[in-house]
Write a protein that binds this ligand. Structure first.
Ligand code: C5P
Length: 245
């Protein structure tokens, strides 16, 4: 089955706006990303609502805590029925392994689909100066592949990577089913907002992204469904082209 690679970031501050966007966009996008802005406003009820309507959710809460707490939160995310959730790889291998094991066990014993767990390496807002401030005297270009390898070895299913990092992550982890989810994607002609390094949907997928995350260019468009459809169409043209190569 062909996967719809477009994940829309539902970055809104209340449940009414989220529901309105959900109804406009369902059937067009492949997945709805709920981050902690919307989760703090709307909680797990909205996640259940979206999942029970048959659509998919990426729960972007970037867990980072002691291993048992993150593992427990991962089990609850599994029970919510999300398709993907994420955590910070700097939480370390024990945190990641325990979460992966607890999620796999609860999914198996409760007969639930196992969500994909993906790791954040270095936030795209952080540069070498930010890392030095918190005691990592490493360039992101060195740290990102290190953390990607650690995430892979700790049972993670993939990684969040900016367009610029996709290549180094793919070289660091050469497992074809290691998924790469890429934000910082801008359809041609749309505003960049505060993203520093952007690429088009087509280029992100050509560079190796399995999923792309797009927020404001869809949410702020006069017709969000049309804006989303244009991105999906662009990606399908590419899929058709690459299939003939
Ligand atoms: O509106 P925009 O398309 O910039 O939204 C991108 C989404 O991806 C936001 O929800 C943002 O939090 C998320 N994200 C990001 N960069 C990362 C990780 C997540 O932009 N490194």
């Amino acid at each position: 089955m062909k996967t719809n690679k477009l994940i829309v970031a539902l970055d809104v501050d209340n449940v009414h706006k989220a529901r309105e966007l959900f109804h406009r966009l369902r059937g067009t996008v492949g997945m709805f990303k709920i981050g902690f802005q919307l989760f703090t406003a709307a909680g797990p009820t909205l996640v259940r609502e979206i999942v029970s309507s048959g659509e998919r959710v990426f729960l972007d809460l970037k867990f980072h805590d002691i291993p048992s707490t993150v593992a427990a939160a991962g089990v609850l995310a599994t029970r919510l029925g999300v398709s993907i959730f994420n955590l910070h790889s700097v939480g370390g291998s024990e945190m990641m392994q325990r979460t992966a094991n607890s999620v796999a066990e609860s999914a198996a014993s409760e007969g639930l689909p196992r969500p994909l767990i993906i790791a954040v390496t270095v936030l795209t807002s952080a540069d070498a100066g930010t890392l030095a401030e918190v005691g990592f005297n490493l360039d992101p270009g060195i740290l990102v592949p290190e953390l990607a390898r650690l995430a892979d070895a700790s049972g993670m299913d993939g990684i969040v990577a900016s367009p610029r990092e996709i290549g180094i992550v793919r070289s660091a982890v050469q497992r074809p089913d290691f998924i790469v989810v890429t934000p910082g994607v801008r359809p041609t002609g749309s505003a960049v907002f505060d993203q520093r390094r952007v690429t088009t949907p087509r280029d992100a997928v050509m560079a190796g992204a399995d999923y792309i995350v797009v927020g404001r260019p869809i949410l702020d468009a006069p017709d969000p469904a049309q804006a989303a459809q244009r991105i999906v169409d662009e990606l399908e043209v590419d899929a058709a082209n690459s299939a003939t190569i």
